[in-house]
Design a protein around this ligand. Structure first.
Ligand code: HEM
Length: 123
């Protein structure tokens, strides 16, 4: 194991910013999930997601957004389920593959994202 945070190893702020931009491009083109973002201000969403990912990867920044359960409660009411969660995860992994992130780091990211599943899905 390395002492440095995943945030540093993945390439810091620039890498996270690039990943989030590519990621939302994929999500908004994905027929399985894009409807959930119909009423979302995507510029704001990108900013929040960048800060969230940076924080989740161990960066020295503070995440001041909503917790995952609160942020997605209205989507659970609209039918958000495991299939949608998996689709989002798939888009994230494909983004990291596009960015040539090594497989062991992708595995770490997947494990991190997985810890949010029950909160995002309101269980
Ligand atoms: C995979 C784990 C996920 C993480 C880490 C995550 C993270 C976030 C974050 C940080 C926010 C902003 C919270 C705030 O307003 O402060 C957010 C909002 C949102 N998320 Fe997620 N999310 C995840 C899964 C999903 C899934 C599966 C969907 C739907 C397919 C989704 C759709 C949305 C939408 C539509 C919003 C914006 C709600 C609004 O417009 O107010 N998210 N998410």
């Amino acid at each position: 194991m390395s002492d440095t945070t995943l945030y540093e190893r993945i390439g810091g702020k620039d890498a996270i910013d690039a990943a989030v931009d590519i990621f939302y491009g994929k999500v908004l083109a994905d027929e399985r999930i894009k409807h959930f973002f119909d009423n979302t201000d995507m510029d704001e969403q990108r900013k929040k997601q960048k800060r969230f990912l940076a924080y989740a990867f161990g960066a020295p920044v503070k995440y001041e957004g909503k917790d995952m359960r609160t942020a997605h409660a209205h989507l659970v009411e609209r039918g958000l389920n495991d299939d949608h969660f998996n689709a989002v995860g798939e888009n994230l992994v494909n983004t990291l593959i596009d960015l040539k992130v090594p497989q062991d780091m992708i595995d770490e990211v997947v494990a991190l994202v997985e810890t949010t599943r029950d909160d995002v899905l309101g269980r």
